[in-house]
Design a protein around this ligand. Structure first.
Ligand SMILES: Cc1cc2nc3c(=O)[nH]c(=O)nc-3n(C[C@H](O)[C@H](O)[C@H](O)COP(=O)(O)OP(=O)(O)OC[C@H]3O[C@@H](n4cnc5c(N)ncnc54)[C@H](O)[C@@H]3O)c2cc1C
Ligand SMILES: NC(=O)c1ccc[n+]([C@@H]2O[C@H](COP(=O)([O-])OP(=O)(O)OC[C@H]3O[C@@H](n4cnc5c(N)ncnc54)[C@H](O)[C@@H]3O)[C@@H](O)[C@H]2O)c1
Length: 477
């Protein structure tokens, strides 16, 4: 039996973006229908952020146990029970899942429909046996692993982020294609949990980040025993004798076959637009995703697109940020536009790598090279980092006209936490002067931010006018 619904808002996709829109709209008493074809919580909870960070935490525990002797702590015979690692990862997902569950959203007043959604025209969506005509639609269908057209790849068993967290035994030799955040985070975690790991990257590792700092991450990962091949082309994939995989690789060292027990493909993402009926709905889209304006509206003014499917930065916090913009527009009819200049991102390798705002090159292109300064402080100058023997890396500030903080990079321990402070500073339009003049508890890693800010004024005591002023004022007793 079919039914017709006419809610105020219909959200497609119950991942990071869709759940935020649905929860906020329901909180204001707005009638919302949420359509989800798979697991509630989307990629982040089930196949992305949560399981990867839980696996990384397990790898970190093993690494710390093995490397604690400089503290005088000797842990002998560290062993990893991978079944337990698997269970830990799934316990973490299970602990968070109730927050994203259909039951919770129903209790908030949201009508949840478990079905695949498809537009049939510009204002009608079909999901299973339900037809939905809403005042506004929000498409939040996310992205999926993009598999490259490598000969033989479809003939062998391979893993993606959607399947790797189901392994209950540690891969003997994991081959990873792609050294972006997914490839590198998972490569290092598996290495620390006992796998031999080879990463094959066509260009350079973490190519979207500052090259100098990305190279430091790559060096650390290599030092832990990951074989990282950069500028390497994968010519073909084939089954090896027994149950393994062989990958034909060519790089500066020549052409050879690399054999392993498992293959992880982490070569980027494709937006989930297929089968949505976007053409019937009059929604423009391309390979990069759905075409949206800065207000996240599509070509069809009734329909918004947010998160990974909207073709910009692909992060959970960006999907949440998009949700906030759309809620302002849908509920309060306030104009809201996304501002890419304030968005942070963190790669959870060890050392972690955090970035917010503009890179130095972007700042120079926008303001002119002469109006941009960069200051940095290494963690080796930070007492807390020394105490914890976590001295690798640095805090870098990119300073624009009139001393405004326009970008920052943090490489090192807890970079993902430190970047929060910098993200607040940039989104609030703070000046470097503000970061130099707050009281930071001693000893803390974030104190490096204040130190970097103060270093912008390193030449001030040499200023002859100020020196004369100090001498003059001293005369008054
Ligand atoms: C391994 C990995 C690690 C990551 N780590 C981080 C991290 O540490 N930090 C971070 O910020 N980001 C991380 N990300 C990225 C993050 O997961 C995504 O940016 C985020 O999930 C995007 O949210 P979304 O709402 O756009 O899409 P999703 O969370 O993917 O949700 C989309 C939902 O839409 C549903 N759907 C799709 N099509 C339809 C349809 N036709 N009908 C009904 N439902 C549909 C899907 O089933 C899915 O549940 C990671 C990603 C991966 C893969
Ligand atoms: N910590 C985080 O916030 C986090 C973690 C994981 C993923 N993510 C999100 O997920 C997105 C996707 O991550 P990703 O790592 O899959 O994508 P990516 O696009 O960042 O990296 C993919 C890498 O694969 C390489 N590559 C592509 N085809 C190849 C081939 N045929 N042979 C060898 N190398 C090849 C590319 O050169 C690139 O370096 C990220 O951009 C990010 O937005 C975020």
């Amino acid at each position: 039996m079919s039914r017709n619904l006419t809610p105020d808002i219909c959200v497609i996709g119950a991942g990071s973006g869709g759940l935020s829109v649905a929860a906020a709209a329901a909180a204001f008493g707005v009638e919302v229908v949420l359509v989800e074809k798979g697991a509630m919580g989307g990629d982040c909870l089930n196949y992305g952020c949560v399981p990867s960070k839980a696996l990384i935490a397990a790898g970190k525990a093993a690494h710390h146990a093995r490397t604690s002797s400089p503290f005088g702590v000797h842990a002998q015979g560290v062993s990893v029970d991978f079944q337990r690692v698997h269970d830990h990862v799934h316990e973490v997902i299970a602990a968070i899942a109730p927050h994203d569950s259909a039951e919770r959203f129903e209790s908030l007043g949201v009508t949840v429909i478990k079905a695949t959604a498809q537009f049939v025209d510009g204002r009608t969506l079909v999901a299973g046996d339900t037809r939905i005509r809403a005042r506004r639609f929000v498409i939040a269908t996310g992205s999926s692993p993009a598999l490259p057209p490598i000969p033989g790849l479809d003939q062998v068993p391979s893993l993606t982020n959607e399947t790797i967290f189901d392994l209950t035994a540690c891969p003997e030799h994991l081959i990873v294609i792609g050294a972006g955040p997914i490839g590198l985070e998972l490569a290092q975690a598996h290495r620390r949990l006992g796998a031999r790991v080879t990463v094959i990257e066509a260009e350079t590792a973490l190519a979207k980040e500052d090259p100098e700092l990305a190279a430091e991450v790559a060096a650390q990962i290599r030092a832990e025993g990951v074989e990282l091949l950069e500028g390497a082309r994968v010519g073909e994939v084939a089954a090896a004798d027994g149950s393994g995989i062989r990958v034909r690789v060519s790089d500066a060292a020549g052409e050879r076959w690399v054999s392993g027990s498992h293959l992880l493909v982490a070569t980027g993402r494709r937006p989930n637009t297929k089968g949505l009926g976007l053409d019937a709905a009059g929604v423009a889209h391309g390979r990069g995703g759905i075409t949206v304006g800065a207000d996240l509206r599509t070509k069809n003014r009734r329909i918004y697109a947010i998160g990974d499917v909207a073709g910009g930065l692909q992060f959970t916090h960006v999907a949440g940020y998009h949700a906030g913009i759309v809620i302002r527009a849908l509920l309060f009819r306030l104009p809201a536009r996304q501002n890419p200049d304030i968005l942070p991102r963190v790669t959870y390798t060890d050392p972690e790598f955090g970035h917010v705002g503009l890179s130095r090159a972007e700042a120079e292109a926008r303001f002119g090279a002469g109006r941009v300064r960069q200051v940095s402080v290494p963690f080796s100058d930070n007492d807390r980092a020394q105490a914890e023997r976590r001295t690798l890396g640095e805090v870098r500030l990119i300073v624009g006209p009139r001393g405004r903080l326009v970008g920052a990079d943090v490489l090192g321990a807890s970079a993902g936490e430190i970047v929060n402070l910098l993200s607040l500073a940039i989104s609030s339009g703070l000046k470097v002067r503000d970061l130099a003049s707050f009281v930071s508890p001693y000893p803390s890693l974030s104190e490096a931010v204040r130190r970097a800010a103060i270093s912008l004024y390193a030449g001030v005591p040499e200023n002859p006018w100020l020196r004369r002023l100090v001498r003059f004022l001293a005369r008054f007793g």
